[in-house]
Design a protein. Sequence first.
Lengths: 324, 338
Amino acid sequence: MESLLQVDHLKMYYHTSKGAVRAIDDISFNLYPGETIGLVGESGCGKTSLGTSLLRMPTPPGRYEGGRVLINGTDILPMTEKDVRKNVRWEQIAMVFQGAMNCLTPVYTIGRQMMETLQEHRPMEKKEAEDLIKEYLNHVGLPAEVMNRYPHELSGGMKQRVVIATALFLKPKLVILDEPTTALDVIVQAQIINLLKKLKQQFELSFIFITHDLALEAEVSDRICVMYAGKIVELGTNEHIYGKQGPAHPYTEKLLLATPRLHQEVENLQYIPGTPPDLINPPKGCRFNPRCHRVMDICKEEEPPLVEIESGHYAACWHCKGAK
Amino acid sequence: MTTQQDIILKVENLQKHFQPHQSFTQALAGQKKQRLIRAVDGISFSISRGEIFGLIGESGSGKTTTGKLIMKLLEPTGGSIWFDGHDVTHLGKEENRKYRTKVQMIFQDPYASMNPRFKIKDVLEEPLLIHNIKANHEKRQEMIIKALEEVKLNPPEEFMTRWPHMLSGGQRQRVATARTLILNPSLLVADEPVSMIDLSTRAEILHMMKDVQRDLGLTYLYITHDLSTARYFTDRIAVMYLGKIVEMGKAGDIIDRPLHPYTRALIEAVPEPESGKVHVIKELPISGEIPSPANIPAGCRFHTRCPYATKECSELPEPELQDAGDGHLHACRRWKEI
């Protein structure tokens, strides 16, 4: 199958006065049409940096240091900014930013802010635009009268729905969702997840779903990409990561053990001691070695490559077969 | 059943109603006073010494207001609070200060709850100074070191001279816990202590809080919206909905055998890290969003969202908490049928 998005040895560093922070360090993966990929990891592992890099808008002082980002076969990195705006950003890829629902302008009505986004990209008659806004509000399960409301009159779940509707306006094929439910209650979270699943089918969308919650990722993502310190440490299908056999990388294994289970009595939750490394001077060898419970001599010397350990299941660990 | 003596905190029919302000123009226009916001609407529970008690609910259920009432940050408008056999519902300034050495709070956000210009030793010394703990400088240093050791920040001498920005989220929450422990309290109110924290750090903090609780024989009131951490962390749970407790009992009982439809919906909504659910659209046995506490539905307050509601539920007076056996309390009229 032709991939919708192909990320090829992408590198993006933040250039600070102390040195380059290697936030995205040689990342490659493919995303196929209609698929959801989940990006998981602790804070500071590069999930959000990867999201903004795919939109060609790394946060300053971030700069691309190599690699390619192909959307429908076209590399977007060498394009001019004007070209990206006109043809890529929000047209082909959209992003729902973390906490976006709290960034709605408090002094404009919902209708007016949605209108602004729409008119910027698709100048059209006001009446026509209003109808379109109503249609999209309807798609996300909101009544048309929300148009005349102000953000403070809406609940968190409703605001998140507005933000999702705005992201879908220009009919992108890929939507990056950065922690879309983190600030919401469990019931509202479940409602939003259901909504996303429906929209995905209806509009034939692909998602990149960024979260630190492994339990939530299990409900939405076809494939899971576990990141640690700017690198992919494990990439596999939902079954590979959450199935009976269990994940391959010790980091994924520990993250899963740190996730509390509702229907299991656990005496003591496990956790990963220490903190993620400084990405200006990452540790030698495997970046996870100072915190790993299965560390060997080779882990401190050489970095393990990301190898395919079974069909479609990749891991970067010296314990996995095929690594040596 | 626990004896009277074992109960450290007892709350009886506690209420907090807020009167919304009427604006000047509204008053001039002669508009009627706005409805009362019934944030906490008559709840009763008691916590035994050495127990971890969880208060669960969505935002808007009144769980944080309950925490604040117990901390004496808000004055209740009805009901009573008993701590260690004394009535603490309304306290004067001096009594309040004394009360707060015994009841301390751990806040949600370890980044915002610490002065960035204080070194860790200053952060920990402040409660001692505020509460006039009569001790000289050396004695205070000793107390600080002891508190840091209790939360496993080793070596304590090294952490004392650090600034908050040099610590990770997990270490900060440890310092925040040490700050509450330094006054030797017997009850800790923890309002969503881990909801802002990363997954692996969350496990670390809960682990630490449990260790400290065991070592020092503390009692916790743990306020959260997250049932999965509550299962791991608490002994007993009370589920709140719109200012009322709708179900209360042992943590395992509530989660494995929920009786109230609201508790069921909460449990259904929790994601579990298991495969094979990607293409399934979850059926949630609940509709819509939580109503405003200024406009609580008549009858059973959950009937507007309940899939099992009948005409009776909206017409008959609100069901009170009743025992289904084994101390498992619930407030649902139709619990046997559903």
